[in-house]
Design a binder for this molecule. Sequence first.
Ligand SMILES: [Zn+2]
Length: 269
Amino acid sequence: MTADSDLKDFIERHARLFVLTGAGCSTNSGIPDYRDGDGQWKRTQPVTYQAFMAGAATRQRYWARSLVGWRHIGAARPNPAHRALARLESAGRSEMLVTQNVDRLHQAAGSAEVIDLHGRIDIVRCMACDHVLPREAMQEALTRLNPGWAGRDAARAPDGDADLEAADFADFAVPDCARCRGLLKPDVVFFGETVPRDRVEAAFAHLARADAVLVVGTSLMVRSGFRFVEAAVAAGKPVAAVNLGRTRADALLTLKVARPCEDALAFLL
Ligand SMILES: [Zn+2]
Protein backbone atom coordinates (compact mmCIF):
# COMPACT_ATOMS: atom_id res chain seq x y z
CA MET A 1 0.00 0.00 0.00
CA THR A 2 1.28 3.42 -0.93
CA ALA A 3 0.80 6.66 0.95
CA ASP A 4 -1.24 9.49 -0.55
CA SER A 5 1.85 11.68 -0.51
CA ASP A 6 3.52 9.39 -3.07
CA LEU A 7 0.76 10.00 -5.62
CA LYS A 8 0.78 13.72 -4.87
CA ASP A 9 4.55 13.67 -5.41
CA PHE A 10 4.20 11.79 -8.67
CA ILE A 11 1.68 14.33 -9.98
CA GLU A 12 3.82 17.25 -8.86
CA ARG A 13 6.99 15.86 -10.41
CA HIS A 14 5.48 15.43 -13.88
CA ALA A 15 4.20 18.56 -15.59
CA ARG A 16 2.22 16.95 -18.43
CA LEU A 17 0.19 13.90 -17.56
CA PHE A 18 -1.44 11.52 -20.00
CA VAL A 19 -4.47 10.37 -18.00
CA LEU A 20 -6.11 7.05 -18.86
CA THR A 21 -9.37 6.23 -17.09
CA GLY A 22 -11.79 3.33 -16.88
CA ALA A 23 -14.90 2.00 -15.19
CA GLY A 24 -13.53 2.40 -11.66
CA CYS A 25 -13.89 6.16 -12.10
CA SER A 26 -17.64 5.84 -12.56
CA THR A 27 -18.61 3.11 -10.08
CA ASN A 28 -19.25 5.77 -7.44
CA SER A 29 -21.69 7.38 -9.88
CA GLY A 30 -23.77 4.19 -9.84
CA ILE A 31 -22.43 2.68 -13.05
CA PRO A 32 -21.26 -0.87 -12.41
CA ASP A 33 -17.91 -2.31 -13.48
CA TYR A 34 -17.47 -5.36 -15.71
CA ARG A 35 -14.63 -6.91 -13.76
CA ASP A 36 -13.75 -7.95 -10.22
CA GLY A 37 -10.56 -7.20 -8.27
CA ASP A 38 -8.63 -9.83 -10.21
CA GLY A 39 -9.65 -8.38 -13.55
CA GLN A 40 -12.01 -11.29 -14.21
CA TRP A 41 -15.51 -10.97 -15.67
CA LYS A 42 -18.16 -10.44 -13.01
CA ARG A 43 -20.99 -11.22 -15.39
CA THR A 44 -21.78 -12.60 -18.80
CA GLN A 45 -19.57 -10.97 -21.38
CA PRO A 46 -21.24 -8.10 -23.22
CA VAL A 47 -22.58 -8.52 -26.72
CA THR A 48 -19.95 -8.55 -29.45
CA TYR A 49 -19.93 -6.37 -32.55
CA GLN A 50 -20.19 -9.45 -34.74
CA ALA A 51 -23.26 -10.81 -32.92
CA PHE A 52 -24.96 -7.39 -32.89
CA MET A 53 -24.43 -6.81 -36.61
CA ALA A 54 -25.37 -10.34 -37.65
CA GLY A 55 -28.45 -11.10 -35.59
CA ALA A 56 -31.84 -9.41 -35.41
CA ALA A 57 -32.60 -11.39 -32.23
CA THR A 58 -29.37 -10.13 -30.63
CA ARG A 59 -30.37 -6.57 -31.44
CA GLN A 60 -33.87 -7.08 -30.00
CA ARG A 61 -32.37 -8.34 -26.73
CA TYR A 62 -29.75 -5.55 -26.68
CA TRP A 63 -32.25 -2.73 -27.18
CA ALA A 64 -34.82 -4.19 -24.78
CA ARG A 65 -32.16 -4.24 -22.04
CA SER A 66 -30.92 -0.81 -23.10
CA LEU A 67 -34.44 0.65 -22.93
CA VAL A 68 -34.49 -0.29 -19.25
CA GLY A 69 -30.79 0.41 -18.50
CA TRP A 70 -30.73 3.87 -20.07
CA ARG A 71 -32.82 5.28 -17.26
CA HIS A 72 -29.92 4.65 -14.88
CA ILE A 73 -27.00 5.74 -17.03
CA GLY A 74 -28.93 8.73 -18.35
CA ALA A 75 -29.41 9.94 -14.77
CA ALA A 76 -25.80 9.33 -13.62
CA ARG A 77 -23.86 12.35 -12.34
CA PRO A 78 -20.10 12.91 -12.01
CA ASN A 79 -18.45 12.07 -8.69
CA PRO A 80 -15.38 13.56 -6.95
CA ALA A 81 -13.00 11.41 -9.04
CA HIS A 82 -14.27 13.07 -12.24
CA ARG A 83 -14.09 16.49 -10.58
CA ALA A 84 -10.52 15.89 -9.36
CA LEU A 85 -9.38 15.07 -12.91
CA ALA A 86 -11.19 18.13 -14.28
CA ARG A 87 -9.26 20.15 -11.71
CA LEU A 88 -6.01 18.61 -12.92
CA GLU A 89 -6.83 19.84 -16.43
CA SER A 90 -7.76 23.35 -15.32
CA ALA A 91 -4.42 23.50 -13.48
CA GLY A 92 -2.77 22.89 -16.86
CA ARG A 93 -1.37 19.51 -15.84
CA SER A 94 -3.32 17.22 -18.11
CA GLU A 95 -1.89 16.69 -21.60
CA MET A 96 -4.99 14.67 -22.47
CA LEU A 97 -7.56 12.54 -20.70
CA VAL A 98 -8.21 9.32 -22.60
CA THR A 99 -11.17 7.41 -21.23
CA GLN A 100 -12.44 3.90 -21.86
CA ASN A 101 -15.77 4.98 -20.38
CA VAL A 102 -18.66 5.83 -22.68
CA ASP A 103 -20.74 7.68 -20.05
CA ARG A 104 -19.45 11.24 -20.75
CA LEU A 105 -19.12 11.93 -17.01
CA HIS A 106 -15.65 13.47 -17.40
CA GLN A 107 -17.14 16.09 -19.71
CA ALA A 108 -20.07 16.59 -17.32
CA ALA A 109 -17.52 17.30 -14.57
CA GLY A 110 -15.84 19.99 -16.67
CA SER A 111 -13.02 18.19 -18.51
CA ALA A 112 -12.72 19.63 -22.04
CA GLU A 113 -9.70 17.78 -23.40
CA VAL A 114 -11.04 14.24 -23.54
CA ILE A 115 -10.72 11.41 -26.05
CA ASP A 116 -13.62 8.98 -25.75
CA LEU A 117 -11.57 5.97 -26.79
CA HIS A 118 -14.53 3.60 -26.86
CA GLY A 119 -17.08 6.13 -28.09
CA ARG A 120 -20.11 7.56 -26.35
CA ILE A 121 -23.36 5.97 -25.21
CA ASP A 122 -25.40 9.17 -25.62
CA ILE A 123 -25.33 8.92 -29.42
CA VAL A 124 -26.73 6.36 -31.87
CA ARG A 125 -25.32 5.95 -35.38
CA CYS A 126 -26.73 4.46 -38.57
CA MET A 127 -24.31 1.83 -39.85
CA ALA A 128 -25.48 2.40 -43.43
CA CYS A 129 -25.58 6.20 -43.89
CA ASP A 130 -23.71 7.49 -40.79
CA HIS A 131 -26.71 9.55 -39.67
CA VAL A 132 -26.46 10.20 -35.92
CA LEU A 133 -29.20 10.84 -33.39
CA PRO A 134 -29.21 11.48 -29.66
CA ARG A 135 -29.73 8.37 -27.53
CA GLU A 136 -32.62 10.29 -25.94
CA ALA A 137 -34.44 10.30 -29.33
CA MET A 138 -33.79 6.55 -29.61
CA GLN A 139 -35.30 6.13 -26.14
CA GLU A 140 -38.47 7.90 -27.26
CA ALA A 141 -38.70 5.67 -30.34
CA LEU A 142 -38.06 2.50 -28.30
CA THR A 143 -40.70 3.52 -25.76
CA ARG A 144 -43.26 4.44 -28.43
CA LEU A 145 -42.81 1.13 -30.27
CA ASN A 146 -42.71 -1.00 -27.12
CA PRO A 147 -45.14 0.45 -24.57
CA GLY A 148 -45.39 -2.88 -22.74
CA TRP A 149 -41.64 -2.99 -22.10
CA ALA A 150 -41.10 0.58 -20.96
CA GLY A 151 -42.44 -0.01 -17.46
CA ARG A 152 -40.13 -2.91 -16.65
CA ASP A 153 -37.19 -2.61 -14.34
CA ALA A 154 -34.08 -4.68 -13.77
CA ALA A 155 -30.73 -4.40 -12.01
CA ARG A 156 -28.38 -2.03 -13.76
CA ALA A 157 -25.42 -3.36 -15.73
CA PRO A 158 -22.41 -1.61 -17.32
CA ASP A 159 -22.69 0.74 -20.30
CA GLY A 160 -26.40 1.47 -19.95
CA ASP A 161 -27.34 -2.19 -20.01
CA ALA A 162 -29.74 -3.84 -17.56
CA ASP A 163 -29.96 -7.44 -16.36
CA LEU A 164 -33.30 -7.91 -18.02
CA GLU A 165 -34.10 -11.46 -19.05
CA ALA A 166 -37.20 -12.49 -20.85
CA ALA A 167 -38.33 -15.80 -22.23
CA ASP A 168 -38.77 -14.15 -25.56
CA PHE A 169 -37.56 -10.87 -26.99
CA ALA A 170 -39.16 -11.69 -30.34
CA ASP A 171 -42.01 -9.17 -29.95
CA PHE A 172 -39.61 -6.31 -29.20
CA ALA A 173 -39.59 -3.74 -32.03
CA VAL A 174 -36.23 -2.18 -32.91
CA PRO A 175 -36.36 1.21 -34.68
CA ASP A 176 -34.26 1.62 -37.80
CA CYS A 177 -32.73 4.72 -39.40
CA ALA A 178 -35.39 7.33 -40.21
CA ARG A 179 -33.42 8.31 -43.33
CA CYS A 180 -32.43 5.04 -44.94
CA ARG A 181 -33.97 2.22 -42.85
CA GLY A 182 -30.41 1.18 -41.98
CA LEU A 183 -29.29 -0.59 -38.83
CA LEU A 184 -28.84 1.65 -35.77
CA LYS A 185 -26.03 1.01 -33.30
CA PRO A 186 -24.93 2.87 -30.18
CA ASP A 187 -21.86 4.96 -31.06
CA VAL A 188 -19.66 2.89 -28.77
CA VAL A 189 -16.90 0.44 -29.60
CA PHE A 190 -18.33 -3.00 -28.90
CA PHE A 191 -16.25 -5.98 -27.84
CA GLY A 192 -14.78 -7.46 -31.00
CA GLU A 193 -14.80 -4.07 -32.72
CA THR A 194 -11.75 -1.96 -33.54
CA VAL A 195 -11.22 1.55 -32.14
CA PRO A 196 -11.19 4.01 -35.09
CA ARG A 197 -7.62 4.58 -36.24
CA ASP A 198 -7.72 8.42 -36.14
CA ARG A 199 -8.80 8.27 -32.50
CA VAL A 200 -5.94 5.95 -31.57
CA GLU A 201 -3.42 8.08 -33.46
CA ALA A 202 -4.62 11.25 -31.73
CA ALA A 203 -4.16 9.57 -28.35
CA PHE A 204 -0.64 8.38 -29.21
CA ALA A 205 0.30 11.91 -30.35
CA HIS A 206 -0.69 13.21 -26.91
CA LEU A 207 1.18 10.39 -25.22
CA ALA A 208 4.33 11.46 -27.09
CA ARG A 209 3.98 14.98 -25.63
CA ALA A 210 3.32 13.77 -22.09
CA ASP A 211 6.04 13.07 -19.57
CA ALA A 212 4.18 10.55 -17.46
CA VAL A 213 1.02 8.45 -17.42
CA LEU A 214 -1.65 8.40 -14.72
CA VAL A 215 -4.00 5.41 -14.91
CA VAL A 216 -7.27 5.76 -12.96
CA GLY A 217 -9.82 3.04 -12.32
CA THR A 218 -9.03 0.43 -14.91
CA SER A 219 -7.59 -3.07 -14.79
CA LEU A 220 -6.20 -2.47 -18.32
CA MET A 221 -7.44 -5.90 -19.37
CA VAL A 222 -8.56 -4.52 -22.72
CA ARG A 223 -5.70 -4.16 -25.16
CA SER A 224 -6.99 -0.81 -26.53
CA GLY A 225 -6.05 0.83 -23.21
CA PHE A 226 -3.12 -1.34 -22.16
CA ARG A 227 -1.12 -0.50 -25.31
CA PHE A 228 -0.69 3.13 -24.13
CA VAL A 229 0.97 1.91 -20.94
CA GLU A 230 3.22 -0.44 -22.90
CA ALA A 231 4.23 2.41 -25.22
CA ALA A 232 4.87 4.77 -22.31
CA VAL A 233 7.12 2.26 -20.57
CA ALA A 234 8.99 1.54 -23.82
CA ALA A 235 9.61 5.30 -24.13
CA GLY A 236 10.92 5.47 -20.57
CA LYS A 237 7.91 7.37 -19.17
CA PRO A 238 6.84 6.56 -15.63
CA VAL A 239 3.33 5.20 -15.02
CA ALA A 240 1.27 5.50 -11.84
CA ALA A 241 -2.02 3.67 -11.38
CA VAL A 242 -4.96 4.13 -9.03
CA ASN A 243 -7.05 0.97 -9.03
CA LEU A 244 -8.67 -1.10 -6.33
CA GLY A 245 -7.73 -4.43 -7.86
CA ARG A 246 -4.98 -5.98 -9.88
CA THR A 247 -4.08 -4.41 -13.22
CA ARG A 248 -2.52 -6.03 -16.26
CA ALA A 249 0.31 -3.49 -15.95
CA ASP A 250 1.17 -4.02 -12.26
CA ALA A 251 4.71 -5.20 -13.12
CA LEU A 252 5.30 -2.08 -15.23
CA LEU A 253 4.16 0.54 -12.74
CA THR A 254 6.29 3.14 -11.00
CA LEU A 255 3.56 3.60 -8.42
CA LYS A 256 0.36 1.73 -7.54
CA VAL A 257 -2.38 3.08 -5.27
CA ALA A 258 -4.95 0.43 -4.37
CA ARG A 259 -7.76 2.71 -3.20
CA PRO A 260 -11.08 3.95 -4.60
CA CYS A 261 -10.40 6.64 -7.24
CA GLU A 262 -12.32 9.39 -5.46
CA ASP A 263 -10.34 8.79 -2.24
CA ALA A 264 -6.94 8.58 -3.89
CA LEU A 265 -7.52 11.79 -5.90
CA ALA A 266 -9.29 13.76 -3.17
CA PHE A 267 -6.17 15.91 -2.55
CA LEU A 268 -6.69 17.52 -5.97
CA LEU A 269 -10.01 19.05 -4.91
ZN1 LIG B 1 -29.27 5.60 -42.30
